[in-house]
Design a protein around this ligand. Structure first.
Ligand code: B12
Ligand code: SF4
Ligand code: SF4
Length: 388
């Protein structure tokens, strides 16, 4: 039941590059053969069966303020060097700018609520803290597979509909659309919080030509709470509901290439991939049950990773350890850069021993981070170990 978007009219459009689920010239599209279209309750039931913990429906124009807010954020430069956000900004502002045929947006949430305290390594400087979302398999793969299954099921029920699925890889404002579809609200930490999953929910979207009944907006339940705002180690929130990505450890350790600005290195502590602090302190997490999705179960290598061991990873070992993990995306150079900074924050003989070989690393970025780390550790640099 898979077809491609008719290419001619939309060639060059991002949407044209994305697969469409649904008919183009399918015999089942004849009116007499049509099954009755599924309603919100049917779609939600199927989504639940596929492992989604939340599902809601919004009209394509249900988040009208998102475009202007995105523009302001970009104008203020808060995206840092995520230039892809600027390039695709006009497609991101409204679902119709991406796919003119879209009528309704089905927003899905999949829980990744941890069974262990996400901040349990905060006081263990020799252990690398990897964000919960990256403990298991890559959510892009897991969520996308389920979105495709949902899309195929909907097409089976409504054969003349067309659908496209998205998870984080296309210019889609997933968070405001999720709030508009009622599966949670954008908290002051800017992520979508749910009364059932707390802050631990991946988002995905299905755009469809079906005109579905919306399920209603979710009200903001942050009230006077400011736990996420005060928990942030780098003061990345200039105001509630606004995040300056340039200051966010998630951005600095994952998205940012090149050396990490010095002013944030101490605050990064032992965080070597992402950060969970603002999410972990959210009081709504007490209602979250640990995720059942087996693909998100923590890999043994990431339950208690030693910084000294991670510093030794060469390219092949890095690819091996992180095969199928979101961590693989940043590559060995950025990852070992992060490890070197965390080792500098750890200090002591073990850190010096792990950092010293990195002074001879082939990567400038890794060598610079190792030099910084050794300087932070205190003992003078061993000039004989430095690269000529
Ligand atoms: C770019 C990006 C980042 C950037 C920027 C984050 C950000 N807050 O924008 C960085 C690298 C920092 C990042 C970090 C993380 N990310 Co991220 N990221 C994205 C991405 C690709 C785009 C987000 C975006 O459009 N940002 C632009 C800004 C302008 O949009 P916004 O945050 O919605 O901004 C709104 C508010 O500022 C609000 N607003 C402004 N003023 C006001 C005033 C009032 C009164 C109100 C009510 C609102 C309001 O309106 C704006 C528009 O809606 C999405 C996937 C997607 N396609 O949506 C994932 C996504 C948001 N990330 C996700 C995750 C899991 C994370 C991390 C938790 C990962 C980690 N542990 O390290 C952290 C969380 C950090 C944080 N507190 O946000 C999930 C969030 C799931 C959820 N439940 O919401 C997403 C949705 C991916 C997914 N498919 O699951 N991310
Ligand atoms: S992820 Fe960490 S650094 Fe980024 S805003 Fe949240 S607490 Fe701050
Ligand atoms: S920590 Fe408090 S302010 Fe932040 S998102 Fe959760 S409820 Fe809202």
């Amino acid at each position: 039941m898979r077809a491609t978007t008719p290419g001619a009219q939309v060639r060059g459009d991002v949407a044209a590059l994305l697969p469409t689920y649904g008919r183009v010239n399918d015999k089942k599209a004849l009116p007499d053969d049509r099954a009755s279209e599924p309603g919100a309750a049917d779609i939600r039931a199927e989504a639940a069966r596929l492992g989604f913990s939340a599902c809601g429906i919004a009209r394509f124009d249900a988040a009208p303020q998102a475009g202007a807010r995105l523009k302001r954020w970009l104008d203020d430069g808060m995206h840092g060097d995520m230039l892809w956000m600027v390039k695709k900004a006009d497609r991101r502002t409204s679902p119709r700018d991406l796919w003119p045929q879209v009528q309704s947006v089905i927003m899905l949430g999949m829980s990744y609520a941890p069974s262990l305290d996400p901040l349990r390594h905060a006081d263990q400087p020799a252990i690398g803290a990897v964000s919960v979302y990256a403990h298991g398999g890559d959510y892009h793969d897991v969520v996308k597979k389920r979105l495709k299954s949902l899309a195929r099921w909907i097409v089976g029920e409504a054969p003349d509909s067309e659908l496209k699925v998205f998870v984080d890889t296309a210019p889609v404002m997933e968070k405001p659309l999720a709030q508009a579809a009622g599966i949670g609200w954008q908290g002051k930490h800017t992520n979508v919080v749910s009364t059932q999953e707390g802050s631990w929910m991946f988002l995905g979207a299905v755009y469809t030509t079906l005109d579905l009944q919306p399920t209603g907006q979710h009200p903001d339940r942050c009230g006077s709470c400011d736990a996420c705002q005060t928990a942030c180690p780098t003061s990345a929130f200039p105001a509630p509901y606004r995040l300056d990505a340039r200051r966010c450890i998630s951005y600095l350790t994952i998205e940012h290439q090149g050396p990490i600005p010095h002013e944030f290195r101490r605050a990064i502590g032992n965080r070597i991939y992402g950060c969970d602090d603002c999410l972990a302190v959210c009081p709504w997490n007490k209602f979250a049950r640990a995720a059942e999705e087996i693909a998100f179960a923590p890999r043994p290598a990431l339950v208690r990773p030693s910084l000294a061991d991670l510093a030794q990873l060469d390219d092949a070992a890095f690819r091996d350890v992180f095969a199928g993990s979101p961590v693989k995306r940043i590559g060995r150079e950025r990852f070992v850069r992060n490890v070197a900074i965390a080792l500098g924050n750890q200090g002591g003989d073990g850190a010096v021993a792990a950092l010293t070989p990195l002074l001879q690393d082939a990567s400038d970025v890794v060598r610079e981070a190792a030099e910084w780390g050794l300087a932070e550790c205190g003992p003078p640099l061993d000039s004989s170990a430095a690269r000529p």
